[in-house]
Design a protein around this ligand. Sequence first.
Ligand code: IFM
Length: 427
Amino acid sequence: MGKELRFPPGFLWGTATSSHQVEGYNCNNDWWEWEREPGHIRDGSTSGAACDWWNRAEEDLKTAAEMGQNAHRFSVEWSRIEPQEGEWDEKALARYRRMVEFMHQVGLKPMITLHHFTNPRWLAEKGGWENREVLPRFERYVAKVVETLGDLCDLWCTINEPNVYAYQSYGAGIWPPQKHSLRLVFRVLRNMAEAHTIAYHTIHRLQPEAQVGLAYNMRIFDPANPSSPLDRSIAKLLDYLFNRLFLKAVTEGKLAFPLGQGEVIEKMADTVDFSGVNYYVRDLVAFDITRPGSFFARRFATPGAEKGPGDWGEFYPEGLYRLVRQLTVYGKPIYITENGCPDNTDEKRPRFLINHLVALWRAIQEGAPVKGYFFWTLVDNFEWAEGWSRRFGLIALDVKTQRRTMRYSGEIYARICKANAIPGEVL
Ligand code: IFM
């Protein structure tokens, strides 16, 4: 048994969710019809009722609070509150208000994400994130949400994982609108950087004391052979494109190549009040001449290391320590806005959780200003193109009956949250 590892007073312990993955029947967005087309979702499933959060979020939020959590990160579904362009659904806005009020009642501090992968159908039909017209539309939507919920929330993520969204939807062509163009990936990313900037200033205009950031997905890319200059260069290139380029834009205010040609964008500099990182995996990277479409990179897990299913990547807790140390240079508070693993049987999740938290604790001991940790996720939810085939929850969900069952990892997380520490006996 080790010595307990304490976290700073006031540390936020939560879980993270997103609207489409939990609410159910989000039939006005660009995923709803698309999911039904054969071949799009790995197991042929659809989001359907999802976790039925539109009706029963409170039950799960109550459980989260009983587990000792004191925060919750969730997203507002644009297509619910603006189902037709310019028409607001006041009932949907009122439902979100009730949800957030309930979070306060049970002691969960809300962190709201404004865009988490899905788009209203009308927006997608007008070119979605490829079209610069998205900028005033996003601004109007953000203002509406902040006017409605701003008195109940002061922690905002403008966009979830712009890098993942742009790549999956416009590069790999796995998500709608299923395009395959690097040019479009960078156009979408650039529009997202500008949308983030506009949202940042809109939120601050309405709520000067707000803390605004992004939930940004970062992976560790290490050279497969550290003494190979080619492996090193390719790993560095992927790290630059995936982890740094976008953050450089919203911190320095400049669109570096290939996001732009180094042009300075008005008011884009310093538009993050906190660094939000979604961390899951590491890839070893080897130079591969046969893969020009993947930046000449072959990615794989360390042989023998624990990894997720398929191409998910290697579980690498030390990566969280390294990324947090890296983010410390920005001098802003840091939130782990997501961390978790696909594990349908919960064999790996308990150790995954503990090892990542130990790594995080070490970074905090060395002075990293980490203010909170949000595990992905509370209850198994609809995992995008993987459908229901990959489970990430601390609580298992029977999709047919909506029955919830606490997993062992959920029990461990509850002990950690309640103690504000990793108890010695789980180490
Ligand atoms: O389910 C997703 C989430 O929507 C964004 N971050 C990664 C999670 C697991 O793949």
